[in-house]
Design a binder for this molecule. Structure first.
Ligand code: AMP
Ligand code: MG
Length: 193
């Protein structure tokens, strides 16, 4: 494993925040079980705590450990994971309160970016994977863009940065949930459903 990946995992395990690349845009990662780490993400982003961040897991098994995925979503998950499909489900035990929405749900995906998956695998738990941008501004496809936004807003900086260079422009993940046995698209993104 590359040295910077090893270091990033150490930082996450210690409760730090890491700027990292995904298959959509850059994201801010933290151990989703650690309330203080999650709060730091909100500070860096300048986000209101009511807006819960989505999570990235290493594989479906890890997702099922923490989130009840409705069987109605089975075929979509089988088709699009790893990839930019985020599913919303009832939360199980072990995650920080701030990643759980008022209705008791969390949003999760298996990323198709190998670095994103490796971070979750290394931590051994879901990582927060909110888009890296100052709240209200557009998603960042380079470390430089994020840095510019963050400095202008005078927000604290992440503890570690994995710079994978400029990322190709891609829409955010598509978000789905199940209501009364039907799939509802909450956000139409990279994956067309
Ligand atoms: P961001 O944190 O900016 O990357 O955006 C994440 C998106 O996921 C937002 O549109 C949130 O509303 C959505 N989201 C996060 N958690 C949930 C959830 N539990 N249920 C529905 N949508 C969610
Ligand atoms: Mg966003």
């Amino acid at each position: 494993m590359k040295a910077e990946l090893v270091r990033a995992i150490e930082v996450l395990k210690a409760g730090g925040v890491v700027l990292f690349p995904t298959e959509t845009a850059y994201g801010l990662a933290a151990d989703a079980r650690n309330p203080r780490a999650v709060r730091r993400v909100f500070e860096i982003k300048g986000r209101e705590p009511e807006k819960t961040p989505p999570l990235i897991v290493s594989d479906r098994e890890m997702a099922e450990e923490y989130v009840a995925i409705d069987p109605v979503l089975d075929s979509l998950v089988a088709k699009y994971w790893p990839g930019a499909l985020t599913v919303v489900g009832k939360v199980g035990k072990g995650l920080a309160r701030d990643v759980v929405r008022h209705d008791g749900t969390v949003a999760v995906r298996v990323s198709s970016h190998s670095i994103a998956r490796a971070l979750a695998k290394g931590v051994g738990a879901p990582i927060v994977a909110t888009s890296a941008n100052v709240s209200g501004l557009s998603a960042c496809y380079s470390v430089r863009t994020f840095d510019r936004q963050r400095r202008a807003a005078k927000h604290p900086e992440p503890d570690f940065v994995i710079d994978a260079g400029p990322l190709p422009y891609r829409k955010p993940s598509t978000i789905v949930m199940v209501k009364k046995g039907k799939v509802i698209v909450l956000r139409q993104g990279s994956v067309r459903i």
